[in-house]
Design a protein around this ligand. Sequence first.
Ligand code: APR
Length: 236
Amino acid sequence: MKKKIVVLTGAGVSAESGFATFRDTGGLWEQFDVNEVASIEGWYRNRKLVLDFYNQRRAQLRDARPNAAHVAIAELEKRFDVDVITQNVDNLHERAGSTRVLHLHGELTKMRPENGEYDRSYSEKEVIDVGYDAVHLGDLAPNGSQLRPHIVFFGEAVPNIEKAIGLVEKADILLIVGTSLQVYPAAGLYRYASIDTPIYVIDPKPVPLSDKRVTMIQDVATKGMATFMELLRSVE
Ligand code: APR
């Protein structure tokens, strides 16, 4: 029976693929007002601004490539039962070969009908994969409503959080890569790991987790994954 590894990732795992993180110096939330481009209030205030913001990031994703950290995470599947839980909306884990990726904050290549301000429910079959194409005001879903990014905006619920908790509770090893752990509920996921589950954290900055299960690997994701793989050699 393969040991279960759960890998929780954030923007830092895609930094070496050329993507700005959110809260580092020069990060995305220094360049854009998060409330204007990534919140549900911002969407209803100015749909065009939000569509353009995600069009830009989708176009960048077309030309981006997974880095060695994404590949190393995918290669864990050779020896372990791996689930990736990512806060990222890029598809670099999938493109690196990871086969079980749970997106907490949505997916950049997908859109869905906005279904109006008072009924924001939707079904999975309404979600459309637009690849890396731009989407504009007036581009409508089959049900006639404006297409919106299939992204969890600030101010919206995180539909996959219960599933993520279930995965972390069963983890034999929890690996956290490239997240400042400042955005809940994702940031609280590690607490659901069992008391004897080792937690490894890869980040060039020391992440303030005062938890005796935590081993800090203070490095960038690509180098940190090499160190982590070394540490795993002793684990059958
Ligand atoms: N390798 C690994 N980690 C890195 C690297 C790198 N090369 N460069 C930066 N980091 C680390 C930073 O030190 C920081 O801890 O990645 C983390 C990035 O943190 P944030 O920018 O806050 O990104 P994240 O934690 O993913 O944000 C969570 O916030 O805005 C929302 O929805 C958005 O999913 C995002 C959520």
